[in-house]
Design a protein around this ligand. Sequence first.
Ligand code: CO
Length: 138
Amino acid sequence: MLSRIDHIGIAVRDLDAAIQVYERRLGLQVSGRERLESEGIEIAMIAIGESRIELITPLNSDSKVEKFLQERGEAVHHVAYATENVGASLQRAAIGGAQLLDGAARPGAHGTQIGFVHPKSVCGVLTEFVQADGETGA
Ligand code: CO
């Protein structure tokens, strides 16, 4: 059901500085920036092959990403897997014994559907399922 790594999320303190790191040191190109007010974050996406890097920075002190940065510093924040059906992937994870952070699919950026699994259930890694815009989720 999971077909590929859709993106890897990396928590950063300063989005402009992080973009410069990825562009200057790795020669990658940022394809878009977006403020997700409801999540309390701003993100920058970097396309790399069929996958992406998602740089994430908190917009306020209430953001979960702010808490993450205080505890862990800048680091890999989550791994996101592409799926045809977020709800079914969450259900499968739950049947397999995972603790879900989302009981059902919810809207993400750019018309996607997303859902998260608690990091303690996946070897310490916050895990996201992403269903691209236009995929039916049969
Ligand atoms: Co993500």
